[in-house]
Design a protein. Sequence first.
Lengths: 361, 241
Amino acid sequence: MGLQVVRPGAFTTIQDFGRIKYQHSGFSEAGAMDHYALEIANRLVNNPIDEAGIEMMLTGGSYFFDEPAIIAMTGGDCQPHLNGKKIPMYQGVMVQAGDQLTTKAIKNGRFSYLALAGGFDLPIVMGSRSTSTRYLVGGFEGKPLQAGDELAFRQKIDLDQPHVLRKWAKIIRTDQINELTLRVVMGPHIDMFSADQVKRFFGGSYQISRQADRMGYRLKGTRLETEMQANMLSEGTVFGAIQVPPEGQPIVLLADRQTTGGYPIIGVVCTADLGKLVQCPDRCIIKFKMITVKQAQTLIRKQKENIRVTIEEMGTTTVEPTDDLSFTDVKELIEAIDLTQLTLFDYRNHKSKITLKKHSR
Amino acid sequence: MQSRIVPLGDQGLQIQFEEKLDPEINSRVHQAADLIMSSGTQGIKEVIPAFRTLTVLYDPIDIDFQTLSYRLKPLIDDIGRVDRQTKKVVEIPVCYDKTFGLDLASISMAKKLPIDEIIRRHSQHDYLIYMLGFLPGFAYLGGLDHTIAMPRLDEPRIKIPAGSVGIAGQQTGIYPLDSPGGWRLIGATPVKLFNPTQSPHVPYQAGDYIRFKPIDRSTYENIANQVETGTYHLRINEVKE
């Protein structure tokens, strides 16, 4: 088996980099809300950067492992504990068969990620393992994880081999963020807003309202007016597009957005800042700053390069094989003895001792 | 031809044609989509055709906006007036029974037309699929007979079952999934509009046509059973323009 969900948390789904190639047929992109965090988690366990991991939203959960695994957790701090003992975020952690991972409410963020070395054994549906709960596609049966769901692993961890555990070399900000400036590329419908409204938007302050989910975040703050939007024809949407409906409060479209929309787009948050936006706490003040598409593309290239360099500088520790009997070892031992005529079996090495005794029926 | 390329963030761009709901302009969008997807241009991930725009999604690590626009420009300039010999018409069976067509009676009253006539006028056209969006397999169809056109309901329904066929303004369409909605319902199709595990995932593409074929209640049940067992196949006709 692999991992069993004991307590799923409010909305926990399997996500990779999304179902990109079917948006022309109306299938939402889906995928991780914070690609940056999922990429780092995957790199920490030596996966391809777009491998599917577990995405947790706002609340924590609990997971039982009956197979050893190497995991890494990133994104908002979900205060992970292994068998009741705190484990660090942003580094590879060795999990033994029989261990229980518990996470708590996510601090300073909205989404946390768990990457598993080798990935989960889940089908690729239309090019992706991402969960689209709206139409039950991908992930684990198209739904958020439920208690009792069992996720198998694609790779077995061989405990007789040494394993390298990676650690993210950068300092992770854990203090509270009070203000965030997001850089925005001017949208295709900027001419549907008067110069004065554009100024209001870039000078205004916003917060994320309670209407915030994987489809999008409705903002609250400086109200905007648009011109001639009643008869606008629907158009394709992108991750980070800021659309302005008639009532004047902008909505940022995110992973589960509809593929097309009919509200004018004043700007698009640059890809390098999407992680910050997605993780932004509701108290935090958001301001927007206009940049050119060229600057935005330089930023995303730099960010990708920074991840690569940081990974190369990463500290590693090596876990050597131990003589400890694992949960799986004991289970296998019991099964083996059960098949024999033996009624009593003793095993010991310099660290552990085990006695198996068969009761006659 | 009039078109322009504008950025849509740093991972997308939009090719805009004239801002008009027009089959001719829409066909340029689909030609552009085909040309771009078959051009093998580096960095392109997906295109989303809409009424009069084509959204192109690309990887900014592979290619920057300026270079990509420069490569796409000649492709778009090549688009001429369509001279297609045939069009693809997908036949969608629709049961206009009053158990599905909850608003048929009120439309009949408002339009002073018998229900049979409303059904006839709804099912006698080939509707152009301008674009797919909103939900998987949801087709934006143009060309509803204006004599049966009605505005949306003042109060949207909380739940409209998948397969419901409705009209709203100049549009008609099919709900691919249970969803809330304000369209006036005139019938239902037993056909599933999307299938994630079987290719093609959606039985039609933007640029194709849909024709509604009236069926009775027992045919509806029959087809529904065939859909359930995977033995139903839609009829698709190649028709001369």
